[in-house]
Design a binder for this molecule. Structure first.
Ligand SMILES: Nc1ncnc2c1ncn2[C@@H]1O[C@H](COP(=O)(O)OP(=O)(O)OP(=O)(O)O)[C@@H](O)[C@H]1O
Ligand SMILES: [Mg+2]
Length: 281
């Protein structure tokens, strides 16, 4: 794994092994007019690690990611990026920070009328002063990372689901972000293609030192890619540790999720309705 830059090292408390978290969410509360979706969520994300966020549908995983990238503002609580408080910034102030965060969103669609190359080049035109030649080079490089070298001229409609995900990931990393957020990156893919995406997530961490934050329901993916798993339940962090430590968790709600046993309570989940039993592990 790439060495963590000195600028990220600190003797201050709060980081894993003395390394300051690159992103911190602190006591986030968020409701949309009903019961709270986030009811005091705190997570520190260590640099160059892969953190997987899991939990049942509607528990606030996507809402958490949107707070991290400033698309939602908390009712209370704070978000920090590289030590800077960011939850109260204006859209203009967010711009340089967003450049350091790549997004692969749940519904992250490509522009169907644009070639693969133009899709990937788009954020470079929007956000960087690079020349046409430099942009083309960066697009080629990003396509190579996702094992789709030379696909610039293809149209999204000519691609399989797995290839579209790869192109969307190339677009997310073309600005060379320090952090990449993935919302259900393997949903809708067969196990082989899912594994291909998992390999890419691991590769980004290992070769480029990317901090990965991955929301997934897919237990096989979580087991493979996670340095750490955070499970959200009832608006709170219900478990936090290695995948193996979650498997050993005595919390029956965690076991219920991991074993996928159906319960009548699983229908029509109401945010915040799960009673908080036991302590955060
Ligand atoms: N902009 C919004 N306005 C109103 N309610 C919202 C908004 N965004 C999210 N919610 C609600 O917040 C809750 C959590 O949503 P979220 O999208 O974070 O769930 P999730 O954990 O990502 O679920 P899934 O696994 O199905 O994607 C849901 O009840 C959802 O309806
Ligand atoms: Mg979601």
């Amino acid at each position: 794994m790439r060495d963590v830059p000195n600028s990220l090292r600190t003797d201050a408390a709060g980081g894993e092994g003395g390394v300051a978290p690159i992103i911190r969410v602190v006591d986030l509360h968020k409701a949309f007019g009903g019961p709270p979706v986030l009811d005091g969520v705190s997570i520190d994300f260590a640099p160059a690690k892969t953190t997987v966020i899991m939990g049942p549908s509607g528990c606030g995983k996507s809402v958490t990611l949107k707070h991290i990238v400033g698309l939602l503002k908390p009712d209370s609580g704070q978000v920090f990026f590289d030590g800077q408080r960011v939850d109260q910034l204006t859209e203009r102030q967010w711009a340089p920070i967003r450049l350091q965060i790549g997004l692969l969103f749940q519904m992250g669609a490509l522009f169907d009328s644009m070639t693969v190359g133009d899709n990937i080049e788009f954020p470079l035109i929007e956000h960087t002063p690079l020349s046409k030649a430099e942009r083309r080079e960066r697009v080629a490089e990003a396509l190579k990372v996702v094992d789709m070298a030379g696909a610039e001229a293809r149209m999204p409609s000519q691609l399989s689901g797995g290839q579209r995900k790869r192109v969307a990931l190339a677009r997310a990393i073309v600005v060379k972000p320090r952090v990449v957020l993935y919302d259900e990156p393997t949903t809708g893919l067969d196990p082989i293609r899912s594994d291909g995406i998992n390999e890419l997530i691991i590769k980004l961490r290992n070769t480029m030192g990317v901090t990965n934050i991955v929301v997934t329901h897919d237990l096989a993916s979580a087991r493979k890619i996670a340095d750490r798993v955070v499970m959200l339940l009832g608006g709170k962090v219900a478990a936090d540790g290695s995948f193996q430590s979650l498997e050993r968790s005595p919390d029956e709600r965690v076991q219920h999720f991991l074993t996928g046993t159906y319960s009548r309570d699983d229908d029509d989940p109401v945010p915040g309705a799960v009673p908080a039993r036991g302590e955060t592990t």
